[in-house]
Design a protein around this ligand. Structure first.
Ligand code: AP5
Length: 230
């Protein structure tokens, strides 16, 4: 099964994509996670990715598409993937159709649109804490760890992302409205869009996604949990 998660920054795409991937037994491929790994390298590509990500802009398509396609070519993606944050522009969607969707009558199986207002997502990004070591994601106070500042899963310190300043969050939201929002119509016209109210609590959102995916494919219910491990 191939599922794409779309929505504004901080809407909960990563949180929910992690849960659905675990439930369906297929990989969770987050373009932001892939690009952060590239950005961490002291290479020309890493420097290029950093320049865009640290200012809230989209990394150019040629670099992003190359990295995502390399990940999708790995053997574990053969039975499907949960794509989180990719595509996030019409050119990326068309490129994905031409590669992963080639020859398929139904592609993708579902596009989960997690809808949330600007105010809600700005608050969520401001409260997000991430484990430095295992990548588990928390929110204070909505998805709080048991011990302040420490990951429940591995005990490592929690940190905030470098693109979480109010100014960069505002740019990321504007970029979303300009470049990514057109994807909603694009996938709605294909009959694969599922709109989810992302302003509910985490487990309620998971429940709605689970029901929608079950309806599409007869998938198992999605298990709930505390911090979302990525
Ligand atoms: P990326 O890492 O993809 O960031 P994003 O799309 O902006 O999304 P986020 O990761 O910020 O949020 P999310 O929706 O996953 O929310 P989360 O589950 O963490 O991209 C970063 C950058 O990389 C981009 O700016 C761009 O530069 C580049 N990039 C990435 N993909 C690209 C592409 N395809 N093309 C070009 N450039 C690209 O939740 C947020 C917080 O809320 C967490 O603390 C969580 O615990 C909490 N939370 C989640 N759900 C709930 C809930 N229901 N109630 C309360 N709290 C909740």
């Amino acid at each position: 099964m191939n599922v794409i998660f779309v929505g504004p920054p901080g809407a909960g795409k990563g949180t929910q994509a992690t849960r659905l991937a675990r439930c369906l037994g297929i990989p969770h491929v987050g373009s932001g996670d892939l690009l952060r790994a590239v950005r961490a390298q002291d290479t020309p590509l890493g420097h290029e990715a950093k320049e865009y990500m640290d200012t809230g802009r989209l990394v150019p398509d040629d670099l992003t598409i190359r990295i995502v396609e390399a990940r999708l070519a790995r053997p574990d993606a053969v039975n499907g993937v949960i794509l989180d944050g990719f595509p996030r522009s019409l050119p990326q969607a068309e490129r994905l159709d031409a590669s992963l969707g080639r020859g398929k009558t139904t592609w993708p199986d579902a596009v989960v649109y997690i809808k949330a207002s600007r105010d809600v997502v700005i608050e969520r990004m401001a409260g997000r804490w991430i484990c430095q070591q295992c990548g588990s994601v928390y929110h204070i106070p909505a998805v709080a760890p048991s011990a302040i500042g420490r990951c429940d899963v591995c005990g490592a310190p929690l940190v905030q992302r470098s693109d979480e300043t109010p100014a960069i969050q505002a740019v990321r939201y504007d970029v979303y409205e300009h470049d990514t929002l057109p994807l909603i119509d694009y996938y709605q016209q294909r009959g694969v869009l599922v709109e989810i109210d992302g302003e509910q609590g985490v487990d309620a959102v998971t429940g709605d996604i689970s029901a929608a995916i079950e309806e599409k494919r007869g998938a198992r219910p999605v298990a709930s949990g505390s911090g979302s491990q990525r």
